[in-house]
Design a protein around this ligand. Structure first.
Ligand code: ATP
Length: 316
């Protein structure tokens, strides 16, 4: 796997699209202080997945975006593309389907950065793994910045070991081992969570069993209650039916009595009408009788007077 071209656009001092072609053999960049030589190395680290702003000599990652000059306004984004020759097809699976791999990293203000590999969106970790497998990457000791040679000479054994491991081409294995360890730790965490979930489920199960028993008891009581209500209603219906029979018998008796009373009333009406018919004659008779009575009373009174006078004459 060989790096063939680095293209910068809006990255640090490279405001206009700039290509750095890396030919076979040795490629050098020569220029005065401050012309941007270190920016090229930083662009290389950045596109390989560097995430520490300090490694870019900035306070935040957005400091890599061209921030304007006397004659040019600031840019809104920065983009670095790295072209890799993969004619020998040594790239890891997922990147190994083309003779040339173009890795692009782009950062936009307030939106963070994103990676693409041959125009397809990829994760930062995939890009970092691609370079780790090729025994290089943003932290590779092969990328030597200013002052780093003296740092290496005075380096601790651990840092030297990294240089040797990378030379032996096993740094990718270390990166993968680290990933595997992270995954293992994640899986252990998941197992712990599964145990927790199992415990919770067991608790829920015992609650559900208790609720199921309560529900069965509730159903039993409900059935007993319905049966008792049915019997009560039947009994009330029987009592009401008996009361209806008694009331009907009483009604029949009353109807008979009413019929008899009506007949008696009709007979009395007939008798009254007959009596009323004979009343005028009786009244006439009564009038005659009272006239006769009056006349006889007058005669009696007159005879009484005569008797009194006769008795008086006799006593004289
Ligand atoms: P030296 O040899 O002194 O180390 P150099 O050639 O390596 O210099 P760099 O340090 O790469 O140069 O480039 C520094 C230049 O990049 C400075 O002129 C600085 O103003 C410019 N620069 C850095 N960041 C930005 C940015 N975000 N926007 C615009 N210009 C920037």
């Amino acid at each position: 796997m060989r790096l063939t071209r680095l293209r910068l656009n809006g990255f640090k001092s490279f405001v206009d699209p700039t290509d750095l072609l890396i030919h076979e053999g040795l490629t050098g960049v020569v220029g005065p202080n401050g012309c941007g030589k270190s920016n090229l190395l930083e662009a290389l680290r950045w596109v390989m997945g560097e995430n520490r702003p300090s490694a870019m000599r900035g306070g935040g990652m957005e400091d890599v975006i061209f921030n304007g000059a006397a004659t040019r306004g600031a840019r809104h984004f920065a983009e670095v593309a790295l072209v890799i020759d993969n004619a020998e097809r040594l790239a890891p699976a997922g990147f190994n389907d083309a003779d040339q791999i173009e890795i692009v990293r782009r950062i936009t203000r307030d939106a963070g950065s994103a990676y693409r590999a041959n125009s397809k969106d990829v994760r930062a970790r995939d890009v970092q793994m691609l370079f780790a497998d090729a025994s290089t990457g943003s932290h590779s000791p092969a990328l030597v910045r200013q002052g780093q040679i003296s740092e290496l000479i005075n380096a601790k054994p651990k840092a030297r070991r990294r240089v040797l491991e990378e030379a032996a081409g096993i740094s990718g294995l270390y990166a993968r081992r680290h990933e595997a360890e992270l995954k293992l730790a994640g899986t252990e965490q998941n197992l712990l969570r599964v145990d927790d979930v199992l415990e919770q489920l067991a608790q829920q199960l015992s609650v559900l069993i208790r609720q199921a028993k309560q529900a069965a008891r509730y159903r039993e009581i409900g059935e007993d209650l319905r049966r008792a209500e049915g019997m009560l209603l039947y009994r009330r219906w029987r009592e009401a039916d008996e009361a209806r029979h008694v009331a009907e018998a009483a009604l029949r008796e009353r109807l008979v009595a009413a019929g008899q009373a009506e007949m008696a009333a009709r007979a009395a009406t007939t008798a009254r009408e007959a009596a009323e018919e004979s009343l005028p004659a009786l009244r006439e008779e009564e009038a005659i009788a009272s006239a006769v009575l009056q006349r006889l009373a007058l005669q009696r009174d007159a005879l009484g007077d005569q008797e009194a006078r006769a008795l008086a004459m006799m006593t004289r």
